[in-house]
Design a protein around this ligand. Structure first.
Ligand code: DGY
Length: 330
């Protein structure tokens, strides 16, 4: 019997790709951009597994194009909002992801964004580049203190908790809230629970988002939520762009409803460079690099590869989004 056939939608670090090539008959899309839709539907035909990225839409049409041989869609990400999970589940297809791999690295970036926004680092760089650093000035580029400030964490999962641990080192007061009122506690990482989202928004100097994107969290931060925040508040988003209503955010930043936003994720993504959010000095945007350290991207590659290989070889992948499929998997 030949090796299982798989389609890998982009070049990922060799630590994982090498494993896939060794265990499988792998077709790898080598382009920088996701395979165009028609190409994707063609490439997946007859494969046993797909290794996808967060910007590949993995819907029922892709699964059906692959056909009955498809056993797993293994995402190279912890988030899986690009995958129609109920569609996969109803077809008996496993969905894998990379939880844990990105936690600390994403928390590092959330904190870096928080600090950069608080202390206006990008504006400082622009100031020098514009030739404006001519003397020491008591009233120029004044930011906000991070130490002693109140941090509100929305979504106290793995990454939220890792951010809380960092915040403790800065003597911040930490609040948290779960949109769905889940009971997982944050008290052991020094955080205090807010009963409502409004309470967190009203009390926080910094608000950091750590929820998955789903029907409930889409535009969780809309105009009304932004108006609940302090005028001096900073919003940090390293979760998914669509958790924030971009139009409402633009207006809030433009009109001084909140002070500043620091975004690793946007809606749309990528954000066109002439997008109106990019015209605002109080909006700091980086290009979805939360997990972008050498070690973390390698870890993700290995996890995604191992999930894929396990499933196509008939074993149980370690990290499954829909383990309920196991008893009736293909
Ligand atoms: C994820 O894993 O979901 C991040 O957004 C990218 O690493």
């Amino acid at each position: 019997m030949g090796k299982p056939k798989v389609f890998v939608t982009r070049i990922i670090p060799e630590a994982g790709l090498g494993k896939v090539r060794e265990a499988c008959d792998a077709r790898v899309w080598e382009g920088r951009f996701p395979p165009p839709r028609e190409e994707l539907l063609e490439q997946v035909r007859g494969v046993d597994g797909i290794l996808s990225l967060l910007n590949d839409r993995m819907d029922g049409a892709v699964m059906d194009a692959a056909g009955d041989s498809l056993k797993i869609v293994s995402n190279y990400a912890v988030g899986f909002d690009n995958i129609d999970v109920p569609g996969a589940t109803s077809r008996g297809i496993l969905v894998g992801n990379t939880p844990g791999a990105v936690t600390e690295t994403t928390a590092d970036l959330a904190f870096a964004l928080l600090m950069a926004a608080a202390r206006r680092l990008m504006e400082g760089v622009d100031f020098i580049r514009a030739g404006r650093w001519e003397t020491f000035e008591p009233l120029v580029l004044l930011g906000r203190d991070v130490h002693g400030a109140v941090l509100g964490i929305i979504g106290m999962g793995r990454i939220g908790r890792a951010v809380a641990r960092r915040a403790r080192g800065f003597d911040m007061e930490i609040l948290y809230h779960h949109p769905r009122g889940e009971t997982k506690a944050g008290e052991d990482v020094g955080a205090k629970r807010c009963g409502t989202l409004d309470e967190l928004l009203e009390k926080s100097d910094f608000v950091s988002l750590h929820v998955p994107l789903n029907a409930e969290t889409r535009h969780l931060i809309d105009g009304a939520a932004l108006r609940k925040m302090k005028k001096t508040a900073v919003l940090v988003n390293t979760a998914r762009g669509a958790v924030v209503d971009p139009e409402a955010l633009y207006e809030a930043l433009r009109d001084g409803v909140i002070a500043c936003a620091a975004l690793d994720v946007t809606d749309p993504e990528p954000l066109p460079r002439d997008h109106k959010l990019m015209s605002l000095p109080n909006c700091l945007v980086v290009p979805h690099v939360g997990s972008a350290s050498v070690a973390t991207r390698e870890r993700m590659a290995v996890m995604a590869a191992e999930n894929l290989i396990a499933a196509v070889q008939g074993d149980i992948p370690k990290y499954l989004v829909n383990p309920e499929v196991l008893p009736r998997r293909r």
